[in-house]
Ligand binder design. Structure first.
Ligand SMILES: [Zn+2]
Length: 218
């Protein structure tokens, strides 16, 4: 089934231009792995970018470009797999390829914390200014109502959830910002597994949310 909720054009353009922060690029790349429509659009944007670069090519690509290419090849060599590295974890078929590289020893061996039907595991903790998490919401569970001080991108990997803005299933991306006040509810029948990236802490809005806010830092 094809996703129905796609990242906005601004996200696809920034991805094609390679100008996105890694956590956001990870959400877009994971969506692209599941969405032929957006893959096509990003290909088109990349071609467009290539044509523009070609048209503007001047001496900017000067003498040191060979040195730069060689330096990059050196970097690539450094990233070659370590033969001493432990066996890779068995692949979870629900995890699209771009995300697998971030899961280390596998989904179940991540450092999960649980609170009232919501499990969270942090990824990419070394990137400042973002929180990148896998979230597992127990089927049928409602999340506390909340809004955002920044932007929240949520990509569904398994199961689904609904909020005031629609119904989100595998591959769908929900974008929320300071103007969004929502209360996601996981679909019944299957836990909802999501990749969520926020660039600022959430602010809980319900009556209990305000009370819980300092404790429940979702
Ligand atoms: Zn798409």
């Amino acid at each position: 089934m094809m996703p129905e909720h796609h990242p906005g054009d601004d996200l696809l353009i920034a991805y094609a231009a390679g100008s996105q922060d890694e956590p956001v690029a990870l959400v877009v790349a994971t969506h692209l792995a599941l969405c032929p429509r957006c893959r096509k659009e990003v290909e088109r944007l990349e071609e467009l970018g290539g044509v523009l670069l070609e048209e503007h090519k001047t001496e900017a690509l000067g003498e040191d470009s060979l040195a730069r290419v060689l330096a990059r090849l050196d970097d690539a060599a450094l990233e070659a797999p370590d033969p001493q590295a432990p066996e890779p974890a068995p692949v979870d078929p629900r995890m699209p390829r771009p995300l697998r590289n971030y899961l280390g020893a596998g989904l179940e061996r991540l450092d999960w914390t649980s609170y009232r039907g919501l499990d969270k595991a942090e990824l990419l903790t070394e990137v400042p200014g973002f929180r990148t998490r896998l979230m597992r919401i127990k089927s049928g569970t409602a999340m506390p109502a909340h809004t955002h001080e920044g932007t929240e991108l949520t990509l569904v990997l398994a199961g689904g959830f609904s909020d005031e803005h629609g119904h989100f299933l595998r591959g769908d991306v929900a974008e929320a910002d300071a103007a969004t006040d929502h209360r996601p509810v996981a679909d019944p029948g299957e836990d909802c597994l999501c990749l969520a990236v926020t660039d600022a802490p959430l602010r809980l809005t319900g009556p209990f949310g305000r009370l819980l806010n300092p404790f429940l830092r979702i």
